[in-house]
Ligand binder design. Sequence first.
Ligand code: PNS
Length: 162
Amino acid sequence: MKVAVYPGSFDPVTNGHIDIINKTSKLFDKMVVAVIHNVSKKALFTLAEREEMVKENTKHLDNVNVESFSGLLADYVRQKQACAIIRGLRTAADFEYEMYIAMANKTLYPSAETVFVLADSKYIYISSSIVKEVALLNGSVAELVPESVNKALALKKAAMKI
Ligand code: PNS
């Protein structure tokens, strides 16, 4: 069975991420979306909130499981016996950063290949960081994220009283 792991912070999941999951899940028998605690980023949503938002928006895909974890990605990929690590690419700027991560993961767990999947052109400028900034400054992100995420951003903003 060919298993792929798609790791990320997903803080929050965007339409760009969902597009990558929709496309890539067709290429593997099973895809595990791993919502990760990224030690170098301060998250707006808790790990549990992020996991729930990804679950809600991938429930139409039978071969996709969503989990969260804190730790080394290579260990997680080994545990899942996955043959591929999926990362989405928007522009060449993404590639340089992603190449170093891919090389580190290849050294730590040589049995998995990193597979880069191109984002659809209509999602090329979308990132979780842009979504958070626009939403927290009262801009509309309805076109950039699933409806449930749009609502969650509004609730988070209200809770923060900004
Ligand atoms: O969505 P992001 O924040 O760009 O995802 C980055 C992520 C979470 C995939 C990366 O930070 C990661 O793999 N973190 C787990 C810790 C780890 O294995 N680090 C070594 C590889 S860089």
